[in-house]
Design a protein around this ligand. Structure first.
Ligand code: ARG
Ligand code: ZN
Ligand code: CA
Length: 233
C-alpha cells in the first residue's frame, strides 16, 4: 500500500494575449479541483446514484504546484502535434506532471500522453479557458484537467474507444457503446447495462462528471508500484 501518492506539478502558461495568460489564482483553483476530484472531496460526489455508490472511491492521489512558467508567444493557437511541448520542453517529467495551458484550436479541450511514452512530450495540454472560471462553458469547471490527468495516469475512456465489446481494462465501469455528451439523465442504458456517465472518463459536461471507480483507482496506482514514480506498465 503506497498511501497517498503526491504528484508535484509544473504549469507552463503559453499565451498570445492577456486572456490566455491565466492568473495564479486560476491555476491554484485548478490544482484544488484536481485534489478534490482525485481525493473524492468534490461537493457533487453525493450525486452518484446508489447503483454505483459501492465503487465510488478516493484515488488517494494528491497534486502540489511546484512552479508556474509563463511564456509570451505570438502563435495564436496550438494543435495536438506537441509543438507547444517542443517549444517549452517538460521539466523533470520523471518526477513531475507537466501541464501546458494554451489556446488549443479546433474545439479541443485538452490532450494527454499515457504512461510509457517519450519523456520529451510527457504531460497534459489544456485549453486555457477550460480552467475553473474560464470561458469554455460547460467545460469551465476544471474537469478537463481531471479527465486528462486520468489519461496521464493510464485511464482509457469508459467506452473503451469502441462499441460494447471494447474494454477500458477496468472491470467496474460498465460496458458502454460510445461517449455520452451533455448531462445525461439517469439511467442511460447501453450494452444492456447502465452507463457510468458521471465518470470523469466520459465526455459529459464538467458539472455532470464527479467520480472515479475503485477499478480505475487500482489501474492508476498500479503505475506507481515499481519504485514509486509513474512508469509504464
Ligand atoms: N475530449 C478531450 C479528451 O478526450 C477532453 C474531454 C473533457 N471533458 C470535459 N467535460 N471536460 O481528452
Ligand atoms: Zn479523453
Ligand atoms: Ca469497463
Amino acid at each position: 500500500n503506497l498511501g497517498v501518492i503526491n504528484i508535484p506539478v509544473y504549469v507552463h502558461v503559453v499565451y498570445s494575449n492577456s486572456a490566455e495568460n491565466v492568473s495564479d489564482q486560476q491555476i491554484n483553483s485548478q490544482i484544488a479541483v484536481l485534489n478534490e476530484d482525485f481525493r473524492a472531496t468534490n461537493n457533487d460526489l453525493n450525486q452518484v446514484p446508489s447503483e454505483f455508490s459501492s465503487v465510488v472511491t478516493d484515488s488517494e492521489i494528491n497534486f502540489t504546484l511546484d512552479g508556474v512558467f509563463r511564456h509570451a508567444n505570438p502563435q495564436t493557437s496550438w494543435g495536438t502535434n506537441d509543438a507547444v511541448k517542443n517549444e517549452y520542453p517538460p521539466i523533470t517529467p520523471e518526477t513531475h506532471l507537466n501541464i501546458w495551458v494554451c489556446n488549443l484550436g479546433g474545439g479541443i479541450l485538452g490532450y494527454a500522453q499515457f504512461p510509457g511514452g517519450p519523456s520529451n512530450t510527457d504531460g497534459v495540454v489544456l485549453l486555457y479557458s477550460s480552467l475553473p472560471g474560464g470561458s469554455a462553458a460547460p467545460y469551465n469547471e476544471g474537469r478537463t484537467a481531471t479527465h486528462e490527468v486520468g489519461h496521464y495516469l493510464n485511464l482509457r475512456h469508459i467506452w473503451g474507444d469502441g462499441r460494447c465489446n471494447r474494454d477500458d481494462f477496468v472491470a467496474d465501469t460498465p460496458e458502454s457503446d460510445g461517449p455520452n455528451y451533455g448531462c445525461p439523465s439517469y439511467p442511460t442504458v447501453n450494452c444492456r447495462s447502465t452507463d457510468m456517465t458521471m465518470n470523469y472518463m466520459d465526455y459529459v459536461n464538467d458539472a455532470c462528471m464527479y467520480m472515479f471507480s475503485e477499478g480505475q483507482k487500482e489501474r492508476m496506482r498500479a503505475i506507481f508500484q515499481s519504485g514509486g514514480s509513474r512508469s509504464a506498465m
